[in-house]
Structure formats: C-alpha cells, structure tokens
Design a protein around this ligand. Structure first.
Ligand SMILES: NC(=O)c1ccc[n+]([C@@H]2O[C@H](COP(=O)([O-])OP(=O)(O)OC[C@H]3O[C@@H](n4cnc5c(N)ncnc54)[C@H](OP(=O)(O)O)[C@@H]3O)[C@@H](O)[C@H]2O)c1
Length: 308
C-alpha cells in the first residue's frame, strides 16, 4: 500500500510530541478529491490541539489549511481533474500537515492565480474566520466603523483588508513594532495596546472584532454604539454586559465555506487583499513553526513548505 508523510500527535504536550509518521495514501470518495499538498499554514488551533485544550481523539493529524493540486478525483468529482490548483480550509476530521489530504467540495476553491501556493496556504482558515466574524456575525456594512483587536496576526491582517475592501472605517490594536505593517494594510486608526487604552481614543464603533479576549474584550463594551456587536473568536462575551450596553455579544467557531473562500480569492486576484507570510519552514520543522507562532506571535502567517 502506498504511504505518505503526515504530522501526527499521539500524546498531548509540547512541540516535542509532533511525530512525522508514514500513513496510508488518503483516498477520495464521491465528490471529494485527494490534494497533493504544496503548502500548509500554521494556526493557533494547531498548538491548542497538540496541547490537548480542545479534547480531540488521538492520534490526530494537524493542519487546517492547504494549497496544492488535485491528485485523485472521487467518482462524482466531475468538475475537477488532476493538476487543478486548489486552496482549502479543512474540516476538523483531517489534517493538512501532510503530503496528501482529502478535500471536500464544500471546503475548496480555485487557488488565486496571483498567489504562490505558499501565499495561498496562508489564507483559508484565517480569511474565512475574518469573513464570518466581520460579515456573518458582525453584520459589517459599507461606511460602518469596526475595531479589530490583534490586527497584525493571521486573522487580523486579513480582517483589516476585508473590512477596508467593504469601505468600512478600521481601527485596530497592535504592538508598536506592527504599526507600519497595519498602516500599509489600510488601517485608519492604530492603537498601541501596550501603551494606550483603546477606549480612551477610539470613537464609537458598530462592530468590535475581538481576536484577543480577556481584559481587552471586557473593556470593549464602552466603545460600541447602542445596538453594536462584539464578536469574539475566543470567548463568549458576557450577556449581562451586552444587556447593560444595549449591544450584542457573539462568539463563534469558523466553518469551512467554499463560496466564501472563492469570494476571498476573487478579492485577492483583484488586488484588494494580500496575505503576508512572515516565515516558511519545511514540513520536518513543523515543531519550530508552531513554537514561533505560539511564543512570538507572528506578523501575518507562518507557512509549511511541503512540495512547494
Ligand atoms: N473561533 C475560531 O474559529 C477561530 C479561528 C481562528 C482563530 N481563532 C483564535 O483567534 C485568535 C487569533 O488568531 P490568529 O490566527 O490571528 O493568531 P495570531 O496569528 O497568533 O495573532 C494574534 C495577534 O494578537 C496580538 N495581540 C496579543 N495580545 C494583544 C492585545 N492585548 N491587543 C492587541 N493585539 C494583541 C499578537 O501580537 P502581539 O502579541 O505582538 O501584540 C498577534 O499579532 C487565536 O487565539 C486563535 O486561536 C479562533
């Protein structure tokens, strides 16, 4: 039986538990395809799964987003053929830190032509999280105002660009060393979260997009307009505070969405959104990549080169 390399976790723990295993070549069913993975990006969810905070069954293969080309087609995958370039946010039941992975039709879109596979792999999970947070849950509309906490990270740097592409006013909180970075992405107001209290300088917004949680989330109610929305990727905003401020608190888990990924891809090819890849590592150095993301909080994204 043909085998491939995949990064798996057999016991929860630090980067040392990551194991580069030989596993069977994954086979597509129905409208699925098997993708030859050229690149896969690293997300905080990877080290959270590895550390055991999300309670997955073991062993688990890490990696939620990939860019690559179709290798095998399922019997009903009529619109795709070998060699087609795709990028995808995978469901939690598979991992893309591998040489090949099965991708469902509901997860993948054509890779943006203007991006390399390394750049494309940086987009799916972070881009879809930003899209669903801003638009599906935040209801952000042209001309409205949004405050994005953590604007220099994987989700934040795409959220700034998606909000600007919608003609929203964007305020964001970042560290001082990321000022120029988020300014170039189009942020209208930039607050150094270590030196300034954002609630003292940001005027009322329609949406707070919270990628940080804790005290940052608690202090966000006072910058919301009545009827505004505090949307968090991390923790459930207090219903009591929401009532007190006549606002809405929402937390959510991003879900794969092929149509939204295709829309993001079109914005990328139109030059309105561009992922930033701070560093790349070979698959064999996945432990270093995860450690860097967890300890240093990368600017933009960190990507694993697999066949790229
Ligand atoms: N619910 C979901 O479906 C979902 C999906 C994606 C991500 N997430 C979660 O959302 C969070 C963000 O994800 P990500 O991929 O963007 O992570 P990331 O790439 O690690 O970025 C986090 C950013 O937040 C910044 N930051 C930390 N403390 C801050 C503060 N007090 N104020 C402003 N910025 C601060 C960090 O930079 P500095 O520390 O240098 O300032 C970093 O740039 C993670 O915890 C992740 O697990 C959830």
């Amino acid at each position: 039986m043909a085998t491939i390399k995949a990064v798996r976790v057999h016991t929860f723990g630090g980067p040392e538990v990551l194991s580069l295993d030989e596993v069977p070549m994954p086979q597509p069913r129905d409208d699925e395809v098997t993708l030859k993975v050229y690149a896969a990006s690293v997300n905080p969810v990877d080290y959270k799964i590895r550390e055991g905070t999300s309670g997955e069954d073991l062993p688990v293969t890490l990696g939620r987003d990939v860019s690559g080309v179709v290798e095998l087609c399922g019997t009903r995958a009529h619109t795709l053929k070998k060699g087609d370039p795709l990028f995808a946010m995978l469901g939690p039941d598979r991992g893309g830190n591998a040489e090949y992975v099965v991708v469902k039709a509901t997860e993948a879109a054509a890779k943006p032509e203007s991006l390399s596979h390394v750049e494309a792999a940086a987009v799916p999970l972070a881009g879809i999280t930003a899209w669903q947070g801003l638009f599906d849950h935040g209801g952000l509309e042209p001309g409205q105002r949004v405050l994005i906490h953590g604007g220099a990270g994987g989700v934040g740097h795409l959220a700034i660009q998606l909000a600007k592409a919608t003609d929203a006013f964007v305020a964001t909180t970042v560290s001082a060393e990321d000022f120029d970075f988020v300014h170039r992405l189009g942020a209208d107001q930039i607050v150094d979260h270590k030196k300034q209290r954002f609630e003292d300088v940001v005027e009322e917004v329609d949406v707070v997009f919270d990628l940080v949680a804790g005290d940052t989330q608690d202090r966000s109610w006072t910058v919301l307009k009545p009827g505004g929305r505090l949307v968090s990727t991390l923790s459930e905003p207090s219903p009591e505070q929401a009532r007190r401020h006549q606002a809405h608190g929402i937390s959510y888990i991003a879900q794969p969405n092929a149509a939204q990924l295709a829309d993001i891809g079109r914005l990328i090819d139109a030059g309105k959104v561009k992922p930033f890849v701070q560093a790349t590592y070979p698959l064999e150095e996945v432990a270093k990549a995860e450690e860097r993301l967890e300890k240093e909080h990368a600017r933009g994204k960190i990507v694993l080169r697999i066949a790229a």
